[in-house]
Every structure is written in C-alpha cells, then in structure tokens.
Design a protein around this ligand. Structure first.
Ligand code: DGL
Length: 268
C-alpha cells in the first residue's frame, strides 16, 4: 500500500539561482495548485565554475537538509549543471522522487534540418560525460557544437533584478557557436542551462530567424505532473522562495518571485 501524501507537501524546486524560474513558469501552467518551495543556492552561484566534486557534495548536502526541513513530495533539480553531475549522488540520499534537468539534445536532433545543432551551457555542463552520452544516443548522425557561456548566467540574474542585460554576453555566446566550423549551418540551439530561457528574446534576436531555441522546461513540468498524478494539492500557506545567500541580495528579486506566485522570502 502506498502512503498517502500530505496535500500541503510541497514540490521543492532547486537551482543555483533564478534559473529555476524558467522551470517554475512551466510547472505553474500545468499544476497551478501545487505548493512549491523555490530554493536558490545564491551562496553557491555560479555552479558552472565549480568542480564536479564541489557541485556533487554541495547539492547532495543541501538537498538532504532542505528535504528534512520542508518534507517535499518531490524534488526537482531545475539546473542542468547540478543534474548532469549530482543526480546519482542526490538519489543516494533522498527517498522522494527526483526529477533532473537534461539538455534537450533528443528533441533538437529530431527537429534540425541542417543536422547542425548548437548547445549553450555552463562550463561544467558542456564538459560532462552525461552530454557525451546524450550526443552518442540521440545525435550521432548530427554535428553538435558546444559552447560554455557563463556570462549568460550573470546576465539572467541581472535581468531579473531589473538591471540592463549585458549585450556583449549575448553576442559572445552567439559568436562562440557561430564561429565554429559549420556554425553558419546551425538551425537549432539547445539552451542547456535553466538561466538561459530567461534571455530567450535577447538570444533569439541575436541568432536571427533561422535558428530555433529549445529548452527542457516544459518537459520537466510534464514529468513532475506524471509523477504526482492522482495526488491532492492544497496550499497550507503562501509559496515561499528560500536562499542560501543573504536576504539583502534576494530582496531585489521579490517582484519577479511574486510574479511566479512566491509570496514570501526566507533565508535557509
Ligand atoms: N542554472 C544552472 C544550470 O542550469 C547553472 C547556473 C550556474 O552556473 O550556477 O546549469
């Protein structure tokens, strides 16, 4: 017999920063009544510049402690860097279902007409064997061009704080793919970092009409819906955003967090 899930038990959505909001926006569309704790490891941001060992230890440790405190029904690692590196380590420590974020190479391979796919991610993500395996499995007859674009993480964080977007970060991400052999043939770009869809308009303008941008957010939301099918949802209180950083640094995000239904801000 399966244990009954408390209707107020939240879905814990975790990222190093505001990138998780691109996943939350999709989740709200299909599960608007689901209570959510949005966790941003702002003290650990950016993950993309850390080592594999640092990321695995940090994410597994934090998610263990957060799960003890908030008792989620499901944990979503809304971060490609953390998922491609730490998913197995997190599955070792948590008993609840865990949904990770996988670079959308499979759908990209199915829609490219030219056979040349771009992938933008963090430095840590683009070097992962996890990405090599996805490429081998789903895009072995395509050309996958990869580029690390850490400047886009910073640009997305700034944008959501209401600051101007650094156009040079956008341009250098585009040039990093276009400048590679056959880069001019690229017709699909995988946004393999949850921060990057937050800059979709800016990136779409810079890549131009011939390039489609795709990310995994809608697929992750559907996976969460599938894994929680039949469960009751009932908010015990307002949804909350938590940060490992300071509340002063988190408060400039209050408006955008509220727009995603996150009414209260707390330090973890
Ligand atoms: N949002 C994270 C991802 O999807 C990474 C940002 C960071 O470097 O911390 O990979």
């Amino acid at each position: 017999m399966t244990a009954t899930i408390d209707p107020a038990a939240p879905i814990l959505l975790f990222d190093s920063g505001v990138g998780g909001l691109s996943v939350l926006a999709e989740l709200r569309k299909i599960l608007p009544d689901a209570p959510v704790i949005f966790a941003a490891d702002q003290a650990g941001l950016p993950y993309g510049e850390k080592t594999e060992a640092q990321i695995a230890a940090r994410v597994a440790g934090l998610l263990g402690r957060m799960s003890e405190r908030y008792r989620p029904r499901l944990v979503c690692i809304a971060c490609n860097t953390a998922s491609t590196i730490a998913l197995a380590a997190v599955r070792e420590v948590l008993e609840v279902p865990i949904v990770g974020t996988v670079p959308a190479i499979k759908p990209a391979a199915s829609i490219t007409r030219t056979g040349v796919i771009g992938l933008l991610g963090t430095a840590a993500t683009v070097r992962q064997a996890y990405v090599d395996n996805l490429e081998r499995e789903f895009a072995s007859d395509k050309l996958l061009l990869r580029h690390a674009a850490p400047g886009l993480v910073e640009a997305a964080e700034a944008k959501l704080r209401g600051q101007p977007v650094d156009q040079s970060a956008i341009d250098s991400a585009v040039a990093g793919l276009r400048g590679q052999p056959r880069g001019d043939e690229m017709d699909v770009v995988v946004l393999a970092c949850t921060h990057f869809p937050l800059l979709k308009d800016e990136l779409a303008r810079a890549f131009g009409d011939g390039v489609r941008l795709i990310d995994g957010a809608a697929g992750i939301a559907r996976r969460i819906e599938y894994l929680t099918k039949g469960q009751q949802f009932e908010r015990g209180g307002p949804d909350c955003a938590i940060t490992t950083g300071t509340l002063e640094a988190f408060t400039p995000l209050a408006k955008i967090l509220k727009a995603h239904g996150l009414e209260t801000l707390e330090r973890f």
